[in-house]
Design a protein around this ligand. Sequence first.
Ligand code: SF4
Ligand code: SF4
Length: 423
Amino acid sequence: MANYVEMWKELGMDLENHDALCQVLPTAFGDVYLSQENRPAAMDFWDMVVADIHGIRPAELIEAQKKGQKVFGTFCVYVPDEVVLAANGIVTGLCGGSQFWVSGGEKVLPKSTCPLIKASVGARLDRTCPFFRIADMYVGETTCDGKKKAWEILGKDVPMHVMDMPQMKREKDIKKWAEEIADFAAVVEKMTGNTIEPENLNHAIHIVNEKRKALARVYEARKAEKLPISGKDALLMMQIAFFDDPVRCAQMANRLADELEQRIADGVSVFPAGTKRIMVTGTPMAIPNWKLHHIIETSGAAVVCEETCTGTRYFERLVDESKETLEEQYRALAERYMGINCACFTPNTGRIDDILRLAKEYHVDGVIDVNLKFCCLYDTEGYTVEAALKEAGIPVLGIETDYDDADAEQLRTRIEAFVEMLG
Ligand code: SF4
Ligand code: SF4
């Protein structure tokens, strides 16, 4: 990593502890990513980002703050980035994906909290992640119980706005989410000092739609019989999409998609013919959580799609760009975001439809339904997911895990057996 020590010091980070994190990440990345063969050349961008993950983008955000821009940290794909961008603000994802931060979270949260929440809280309280130090405001949501309570703890440390998420998808719930988005817009205006007008909101909607289209192009390439990219590389692109500038994200994803489409035309694959195609469904995989993908792709199978928030839930469906008033635009945003199917909704039949559709579109041989330990929502919904897949004749393996590597060998044994069974 380049030398960003002064910047980290100014951010009030715990340098000694942070050094320990900086030491393990390059080895982990080398083992999981750089060991792959025949990777697309365009992955050089994401490799470069990871190599300086606590340097390059944080430095950009600090420069932007010096010029008067505000940074909003978010934790969920229901929070509309468009509203922040329209007020010339910047969004950065804050979900924690490393075991390194879990113990920090456990100092204030029950151990029986999902690792994503524990890691997010630990990253803030232990002062070992620059993104958590930089954000001027955090934006939470009332999706799951663990998060709701975590916001109360984090909110003591940093300005926090919580969006009240409906739990159902009736007309009145969509209307309510549109109102929540309007309230959020007022908070963003106050924080940034900028007014949101229909023109700048439409421009922001267009930017985020272009990003979604670019990410979707990469996923489209994964439907090919000869896979031009590994699941691990696609996951990395998705994980960094939460942190990056949306215009650059779209440019880089389009550049990658160009290369993947050329690879498909040339018949280039990163896996041997006949490799079993796996779709991963379930809880999100925040960076640097590469554990499951790495195990699957070193157990004789390939991940071709993720039905997760670090996968299709992030980019599927566009926001209508034809609306002319703020009220209509907030409604259009609400309709698009309420189309995401997270297990926090009931009933959530749309998610089952998505999974069955994606299994067909990506020609999957089997599904691995993954649940982060102590996520009651996805764990419970796993029953319905597995039943629907079995009924459709699609083999499924349900897995519960966390960020710790202690269960890695046990998982490998189960996944190898599952892949062999697909054969
Ligand atoms: S799993 Fe649900 S709560 Fe978590 S990021 Fe996705 S939509 Fe938000
Ligand atoms: S994985 Fe489950 S418990 Fe964890 S933050 Fe997401 S919805 Fe909440």
